[in-house]
Design a protein around this ligand. Structure first.
Ligand code: GTP
Ligand code: ZN
Length: 335
């Protein structure tokens, strides 16, 4: 899959190599060469929970070193830790380094939070959890997730739940032209296909309330309730974690649950960003008039993408799917 130039989306989110800025190198910096590599698994009010690479079972609580300034540090970030990394009660390590991110998943701004924020860094794939019935699937949501994947550098995976209630064939058919991998699950069967997909990888999960995401997470991660309970005990009760949390899979890999994430910020996404994820159309898009939205006639009568299909270099279904994604982005711009 061609990667779009998602790194340009928002400089402030991606300024992840501290030390390159205006701040002079401090004398202490060389000591950070042996900072312990770790991954952020949870964030809660100025404290970061990290899993040390050498011993992933050890949960280390850390603060952000002053020299990092306001560099955002989110779940999935690969960091360097110094200080007390024993993970013993009442100890506190310091995050002195944040590695360059390989992917970004960004949340839409809402009323309580006027800024778009990175929710998860470095996830390799996004599991788009959708129930086949009760609640019925919403393709608009799926499409927006796909755009977030293509522009954020994640591989999308459709996870269709509750197949005991409805046949997945129709929904699968409507995504077949996008070549999105899909797994189908039901709660009375072991999710073996899903386990295989997740094995050894870092995967974020997103889905609307009621689609069966908790049911899945509990199945995949024994003691998931326990793990989330620990980090979400912020006066709201054990199971109301509101930010992403990474949970270790028993055989290696992580699932990052994203409670409360209902959609993704597409405000900075351009039509070209999306087209770049479709290699067969990327070149033709350069022939389009500037500012072309690539929707085709009547909106974009001179769009060059139709010629790719007419010339037999791409399936018509691919262009239709691409344009459906483009339209879901364009729809956001209307009041
Ligand atoms: N028929 C059927 N019901 C399911 C399946 N998976 C989950 N459910 C039911 O769907 C409801 C919602 O499941 P949850 O796992 O709580 O869904 P969720 O997406 O985590 O929703 P929230 O907890 O609200 O975030 C529950 O009543 C589950 O028992 C399934 O495969 N088939
Ligand atoms: Zn065009």
């Amino acid at each position: 899959m061609a990667r779009s130039d998602w790194r340009k989306l928002d400089e402030s989110d991606v300024r992840v190599r501290p030390g390159k800025g205006t701040r002079p190198r401090s004398k202490r910096r060389p000591a950070h060469a042996d900072a312990a590599p770790a991954m952020v698994t949870a964030v809660d009010r100025g404290r970061w929970t990290c899993a040390v690479e050498a011993d992933p079972g050890r949960a280390v609580t850390a603060m952000r070193a002053r020299e990092l300034g306001r560099t955002p540090v989110v779940v999935g970030d690969r960091v360097g830790l110094v200080g007390d990394v024993s993970g013993k009660p009442d100890t506190l390590a310091r995050i002195v380094r944040v590695e360059e991110r390989t992917s970004l998943l960004r949340r839409t701004a809402d009323d309580t939070d006027p800024y778009e924020r990175v929710v998860v860094a470095n996830a390799e794939q996004l599991l788009i959890v959708t129930s086949l019935s009760d609640p019925p699937p919403r393709t608009g949501f799926i499409d927006r997730c796909l755009v977030a994947c293509y522009t954020g550098g994640l591989e999308p995976v459709l996870c269709l739940t509750k197949s005991d209630l409805a046949d997945p064939a129709e929904l699968l058919a409507s995504y077949s032209d996008l070549d999105v991998p899909a797994v189908v699950t039901r709660y009375d069967e072991e999710p073996e296909g899903l386990r295989e997909r997740l094995d050894g990888r870092v995967s974020a999960l997103v889905g609307h309330s009621g689609v069966g995401k908790s049911t899945l997470v509990n199945r995949l991660v024994p003691d998931a309730d326990l793990a989330t309970g620990e980090v979400s005990a912020v006066g709201k009760g054990r199971h109301t974690s509101v930010s992403a949390v990474a949970l270790p899979l028993p055989d290696g890999g992580w699932v990052i649950d994203t409670p409360g994430v209902r959609s993704f910020g597409l405000a900075h996404v351009t039509a070209d960003d999306i087209v770049l994820s479709f290699p067969e159309f990327a070149e033709a898009a350069e022939e389009c008039p500037s500012g072309c939205g690539h929707l085709g006639p009547p909106e974009d009568p001179d769009c060059a993408l139709d010629e790719v299909v007419e010339g037999g270099q791409a399936r018509p279904g691919r262009l239709a799917s691409l344009r459906r994604l483009l339209a879901s982005r364009a729809g956001l711009e209307q009041p």
